[in-house]
Design a protein around this ligand. Structure first.
Ligand SMILES: Nc1nc2c(ncn2[C@@H]2O[C@H](COP(=O)(O)OP(=O)(O)O)[C@@H](O)[C@H]2O)c(=O)[nH]1
Ligand SMILES: [Mg+2]
Length: 166
């Protein structure tokens, strides 16, 4: 007989973390809402917000990280999604380069519906300069759901086939 607990198969599998960065107003919370089918929260996100999202076979915690202490999240993400809104690209670049990460990167060039203010993928990648890790940049209108599927597919692809650790 013994203790039934000792017969309980138990495996601890750390859940994947998807780190979501971007200047305030770039559309991070809207993306999380689109991924979960919830309504976007009203107002700004305070601190770091964790939301459970399933990508393919993978249960993940999406960490919506506003302006805060990036250093504490160094290397703790499986993948990084960086959102670009309509902010000036020198500000975007400064913010982007303040984040220490070597994880695969998806750059979401959001708000393509803002014809006069949206950045092109080419302009964003030029402004960000040298990105020494696997990355992809995609144009999106996250508010309207355009590109959400592409975000899902990209994250799922990397979680299915994580890059070899260096
Ligand atoms: N025009 C436009 N507005 C968007 C888009 N995505 C998000 N927004 C709006 O941008 C504002 C800030 O979005 P939010 O998700 O709160 O940004 P966060 O601060 O990065 O979390 C909200 O009013 C959203 O409705 C988009 O694709 N196009
Ligand atoms: Mg937010």
């Amino acid at each position: 007989m013994g203790n039934s607990l000792s017969y309980t198969p138990y495996t601890y599998r750390p859940r994947h973390r998807v780190l979501l960065y971007g200047l305030p107003g770039s559309g991070k919370s809207t993306l999380v809402a689109r991924l979960t089918g919830q309504h976007p929260p009203l107002g700004a996100t305070v601190g770091v917000r964790h939301t459970d999202v399933v990508f393919g076979q993978h249960k993940c915690s999406v960490m919506d990280i506003g302006l805060c202490d990036y250093i504490s999240y160094k290397d703790h993400g499986s993948v990084v999604v960086y959102m670009v809104g309509e902010d000036a690209l020198d500000q975007v670049s400064m913010h982007f380069h303040s984040i220490a990460s070597e994880s695969p990167l998806l750059i979401v060039v959001n708000k393509q519906d803002l014809i006069d203010r949206a950045h092109s993928v080419a302009d964003v990648t030029r402004a960000l300069g040298d990105i020494a890790r696997p990355y992809k940049a995609i144009p999106c209108v996250i508010r309207d759901g355009i590109g959400v599927r592409a975000v899902r597919d990209w994250v799922t692809k990397y979680l299915d086939n994580p890059p070899e650790p260096k």
